[in-house]
Design a protein around this ligand. Structure first.
Ligand code: NAG
Ligand code: NAG
Length: 573
């Protein structure tokens, strides 16, 4: 009887196991804000990134790997869905370029399909460890409509938002400050209540012009309090560590983050070594405030910025070691990238803490310039993808969607346009060119530039419709305003557009003369592609507009009873 049961069990399980055994694990490593010029194997000779370099040696290094946008929320939405942000409503809008708080109603729409969702349906255990920054709630504090667990991930450990300067406490007296802040809060609640009562009392006794003055003062006070509460307590509102739907640290303890993330990744790999798994490690590094664990502080030649890069490289190393130790290396597709180019403007007060985009002009927040969108991109899968290979064809972060969907045995959604292409034929050396004929480079919702891979002449062209007005002029970045604007008087509209031959002018220094016959031939082909592209766009709700992007206390994640939100539940590893 027992044998029969065993046989039945064996027969039932076997086909599934076998099918799964053929599916590779997918390990996706993404660093935040890392510039292509910050990495050793992409030409940096003063920052040490031996682990990222090792990955490149063991696989394919893409040298024209392009983000769909030069800022976090849009770029990450495109990465997960394989679709340009303009198709999903995740572009900057009305001055907002990313999701500005964790307590906003915008985020990756429910009806978008991530690769995690597709692989989950194919039997993968799917996890994301690290940064999300694609929204949390829609209408209530705990509806979690945009949460990773409602977008195809089985496991989430990390911050629903992102690192920001406000996450770093001005030490030394943290407890004291916390106490002070709570006191402040109550003082204001008290003041508002008092004001309201007084207002109600004296309203009847004053004449109309006083009523107007009074109303304005009252609204002003309420506005001030909203503003103060939102900003003064931002560390509590946004610097949150979650495990699935549970808040573990509010605010999070930055000193522990690197260790916790690596620990979680190792535990995840260990738990799921029977596979197949999909793990998206979305590092909090190297976003401002470049928080670096003590052990790595002061080690690099580039101040805290370099320390932070070297720390994340060592985290990559530990993760690669874990893959080796579990014996998964030949059955795991490992991918490494940055979500967009390095941040040139740097942190206020310490402008030297900034990234490098190597020979490429531009950086984070810009529209079409290479520096904002050309990022490191490495794929390794020993025995399947050749080692020590460099590929210079245009590829996109969105390609991961299509590539892993196919590798996992899933089908691409048929009811929508998918912009990502399958990378496997290219990285396996089966075809000479990528499937991207054209790529469209947006700044917020404005099309700033278009890239054309002309295979017949082996040339990459790029047309720029807009350029940024740098501050100061010619500086190559927008100092003093943190990020460049995308429209209006913050840009220069080029008539005729600028055309660059990226193949021999990768730094985009020498536009072709517009009276050249070649200029007109190329421009005409690109213009047709733009018309065709625009015809495929449909209006969708703006996820980042003012209403969807304003701090809403009702949506605030809260460990405790709002507004008293804090906790530290310690380590549960
Ligand atoms: C290496 O990176 C640092 C920090 O971004 C930068 O200052 C330096 O110029 C880079 N070096 C090269 C050769 O790109
Ligand atoms: C998702 O819903 C929005 C608004 O209802 C709609 O405009 C959009 O086309 C939908 N997207 C997909 C992929 O179905």
């Amino acid at each position: 009887m027992a044998i029969l049961q065993f046989l039945l069990l064996f027969l039932c399980l076997y086909p599934i196991r076998e099918a799964n055994a053929q599916k590779p694990n997918i390990l996706l490593l993404m660093v935040d804000d890392l510039g292509i010029g910050d990495v050793g194997c992409y030409g940096n000779n003063t920052i040490r990134t031996p682990n990222i370099d090792r990955l490149a040696r063991e696989g394919v290094k893409l040298t024209q790997h392009i983000a769909a946008a030069s800022l976090c929320s849009p770029s990450r939405s495109a990465f997960l869905t394989g679709r340009y942000p303009i198709r999903t409503g995740m572009t900057g809008h009305g001055g907002n370029k990313v999701l500005m708080w964790s307590a906003v109603s915008g985020g990756l729409p429910k009806n978008e399909t991530t690769f995690a969702k597709i692989l989950q349906e194919q039997g993968y255990f799917t996890g994301i460890i690290g940064k999300w920054h694609l929204g949390v709630n829609c209408e209530l504090r705990n509806d979690f409509c945009h949460h990773p667990l409602n977008h195809g991930f089985d496991y989430f450990y990390g911050t629903p938002f992102t690192l920001i300067n406000d996450c770093e406490v001005s030490r030394p007296s943290e407890m004291h400050m916390k106490f002070k802040k709570i006191l402040w809060f109550y003082a204001q609640v008290f003041a508002t209540t008092l004001l309201t009562l007084v207002a109600a009392k004296i309203w009847h006794f004053i004449n109309i012009s006083w009523k107007i003055i009074f109303a304005f003062t009252f609204l002003g006070t309420v506005y001030f309090i909203y503003w103060y509460v939102a900003y003064a307590f931002q560390m509590y509102w946004d610097c949150i560590l979650m495990k699935n739907f549970e808040i573990i640290e509010q605010p999070m303890d930055l000193e522990k983050k690197a260790g916790q993330i690596v620990g979680e990744v190792k535990a995840f790999i260990n738990r799921n070594k029977e596979g197949p798994f999909l793990l998206f490690v979305s590092f909090l590094h190297i976003h401002t405030p470049h928080y670096t664990t003590k052990e790595f502080r002061g080690r690099s030649k580039h101040d805290l910025y370099g320390d932070n890069v070297e720390e994340v490289d060592s985290m990559v190393g530990e993760i690669l070691d874990a893959i080796d130790q579990e014996g998964l290396v030949n059955n795991t597709l490992t991918y490494f990238a940055s979500d967009h180019g390095g941040y040139l403007e740097g942190m206020e007060g310490s402008p030297h803490l900034k990234g490098s985009n190597g020979i490429y002009r531009g950086g984070k927040g810009m529209g079409g310039l290479e520096g904002g969108i050309r990022v490191p991109g490495i794929l390794r899968w020993p025995g399947v993808i050749p080692a020590k290979t460099v590929i210079d064809r245009p590829t996109s972060l969105m390609d991961i969607f299509t590539t892993v969907t196919k590798l996992g045995g899933g089908k691409l959604p048929q009811d929508r346009i998918i912009d990502g292409k399958d990378l496997m034929p290219l990285v396996q050396g089966l075809v000479p060119n990528s499937d991207h004929k054209f790529m469209f480079h947006y700044c917020d919702e404005y099309l700033h530039a278009v890239r054309w891979q002309q295979t017949s002449s082996d040339t990459i062209w790029k047309v720029h419709y807009y350029s940024h007005k740098f501050k100061p002029e010619g500086a190559g970045a927008c100092y003093g305003s943190k990020l460049c604007g995308c429209s209006g008087d913050q840009v220069i509209y080029h008539v005729p557009p600028l055309l660059f031959n990226l193949s021999n002018d990768p730094s985009e220094n020498n536009p072709l003369p517009s009276d050249l016959a070649l200029y007109n031939e190329v421009l005409q082909i690109v213009e047709e592609a733009v018309v065709h592209h625009k015809a495929t766009l449909h209006p969708v709700p703006h996820q980042l507009n003012v209403l969807n992007n304003i701090w809403n206390p009702r949506l605030q994640l809260c460990c405790g009873t709002f507004p008293l939100c804090w906790c530290n539940k310690g380590e549960t590893n």
